[in-house]
Design a binder for this molecule. Structure first.
Ligand code: TYM
Length: 336
């Protein structure tokens, strides 16, 4: 993200869709780390509202959820004094570059995207072109800011690979327009599983509300959901193949307490699943309490939110315009 021409820190960029309140999966796999990276990197984070249009949305709900998502990012520790933070649709360069990149993208490679296959099976009555070209928009998001690193959960890895492919292809044709970004996926917590079907990813679009924790759930709701979490018929709290439910709970507990898996196993040796589930619920409720408190404050302050997202959009527009101008020139679009 070169603004002044001189550059020292690497650039981090990531986004999140505003469909529904963020889950514990989003928090552990992605956002929790975003705030921590602000000191070391030049960071850009955004609400990916254009991506959400690939699934039919209620307009009033989407508008509200986008503002809530913006307030949630602030609540999770993203500081607008340190990071660039904006709403994707406020920056037209994303849609423009997405179109150009889609002309350098093959039908075959988009057909192989697992998210496209999953979502088109799930929304069989609305397999729209946007759902198909979604990766080109995501590539545009990343490449516009010349990002070095993209912190995401494991489910986004294939989209990152596509981004690298399309950027390399473009660079080979026209000479270095884009930095080739690296995915930044943590070793643990990159895939938090459903509490009800622990072989499936925890997802905010799950119809079973007990399957996921939202980061605004009240403590008693969190604890009850963990009490109901599906585990197995054994008794031992240990991380082992086949114990998907317990493995997921150990992962969550270990990440949020900073303890190793071995320390967690030791802590609960000889104790039952009931005690363990309660302990996990309590830690999660505890960690999310400040986020909930911050959200109350930010979401009530509409004027502040407006000021922050407008300033973010202006800065994002200035940075992205540079890459877009370079690309337009390279592909032969006439200058204005
Ligand atoms: P989205 O909105 O589905 O999810 C946001 C982030 O949360 C991660 N995540 C998880 N991590 C661990 N366990 C889970 N159960 C879990 N569920 C979700 C996701 O991997 C993601 O990092 N296409 C993206 C948004 C996007 C984007 C971008 C991201 C648009 N443009 C550019 C990075 C760069 C998406 O739908 O994420």
């Amino acid at each position: 993200m070169e603004e002044s021409g001189k550059k020292e820190k690497q650039t981090i960029l990531s986004g999140i869709q505003p469909t529904g309140v963020f889950t514990l999966g989003n928090y552990i796999g992605a956002i929790r780390n975003w705030g921590k990276m602000q000191e070391e990197y030049d960071c850009a984070y955004f609400v990916a509202d254009l991506h959400s249009l690939t699934v039919r949305q209620d307009p009033a709900a989407l508008r509200k959820q986008s503002l809530d998502a913006f307030a949630l990012l602030l609540s999770c520790g993203i500081d607008p004094e340190k990071s660039l933070i904006f709403i994707q649709s406020h920056v037209p360069a994303h849609a423009e570059l997405s179109w150009i990149l889609s002309c350098y993208t093959q039908f075959g490679e988009l057909s192989r995207m697992t998210q496209f296959k999953d979502k088109s099976a799930k929304h069989a009555d609305n397999v729209n072109a946007g759902l198909f070209t979604y990766p080109a928009l995501m590539a545009a998001d990343i490449l516009l800011y010349q990002a070095d690193l993209v912190p995401v959960g494991a489910d986004q890895k294939q989209h990152l690979e596509f981004t690298r492919d399309v950027a390399t292809r473009f660079n080979n044709l026209y000479g270095g327009a884009f930095k080739i970004p690296e995915p930044y996926i943590s070793q643990t917590g990159a895939k938090i599983m459903s509490l009800q079907e622990p072989t499936k990813k925890m997802s905010k679009s799950d119809e079973n509300k007990n399957a996921f924790i939202t980061i605004l759930d009240e403590p008693n709701v969190i604890i009850n959901k963990f009490k109901r979490a599906v585990t197995d018929s054994e008794k031992e709290v240990c991380f082992r193949e086949g114990k998907d439910g317990i493995n997921n709970l150990i992962t969550i507990y270990s990440i949020l307490t900073g303890k190793t898996v071995a320390q967690v196993e030791q802590e609960f040796a000889g104790k039952g699943y009931g005690d363990f589930k309660l302990a996990v619920g309590e830690v999660v409720a505890d960690k999310l309490a400040p986020v909930r408190e911050n959200f109350k404050r930010y979401s009530a302050d509409r004027a502040y939110l407006e000021q922050v997202y407008r300033a973010g959009a202006d800065r994002a527009a200035a940075i992205s315009a540079r890459t877009l101008a370079k690309v337009k020139k390279k592909v032969g679009l006439a200058a204005r």
